[in-house]
Design a binder for this molecule. Sequence first.
Ligand SMILES: Nc1ncnc2c1ncn2[C@@H]1O[C@H](COP(=O)(O)OP(=O)(O)OP(=O)(O)O)[C@@H](O)[C@H]1O
Ligand SMILES: [Mg+2]
Length: 157
Amino acid sequence: MPSSTADRRQIMAADPAATSALGRALGAVAHAGDLVCLWGELGAGKTHLAKAFAAGMGVTETVTSPSFILMAEYRGRLPLFHIDPYRLASAEDALAGGLIDERQREGVTLVEWPERLGDALPAARLDIRIDGTGDDRRSITLIAGSDDYRRYLEVAA
Ligand SMILES: Nc1ncnc2c1ncn2[C@@H]1O[C@H](COP(=O)(O)OP(=O)(O)OP(=O)(O)O)[C@@H](O)[C@H]1O
Ligand SMILES: [Mg+2]
């Protein structure tokens, strides 16, 4: 069935604190095996939201954008795998064997710049699209790629 309004939810985040509150709420309902993709241009707030998502998963370490490694791993209630391929030319090649390996099925995989991964992106995922940059408020759209991911839409206020 094509995506209906029940598959997506759009909210306005007036300031960085509102983006963080959303990220924490989403991280709190994360399940093992989830794939979450963060779409948005430079400075949209992807990493800002990723940090809050991690906090919502109980990660206490500081989440940074890994510049020279494909994937960083953090420990929370579940393991968190953070992929930010922005500066990696060959990210698609590196993930040619598949985006999610056995280890990642035990945790949550959070991807910034998912457009860099091309065909490696499975359809069952949560998409988070952030529109707006600079000091502007952000429009944040959540799209559930399968029924299981609708639980994220329910906690987005
Ligand atoms: N709702 C919001 N309103 C205004 N500013 C916000 C909002 N949410 C986040 N920001 C701000 O957006 C800025 C950029 O965030 P961030 O570095 O996370 O962007 P990014 O998408 O990861 O960019 P890049 O792709 O360059 O890494 C941060 O300074 C953050 O405070
Ligand atoms: Mg970033």
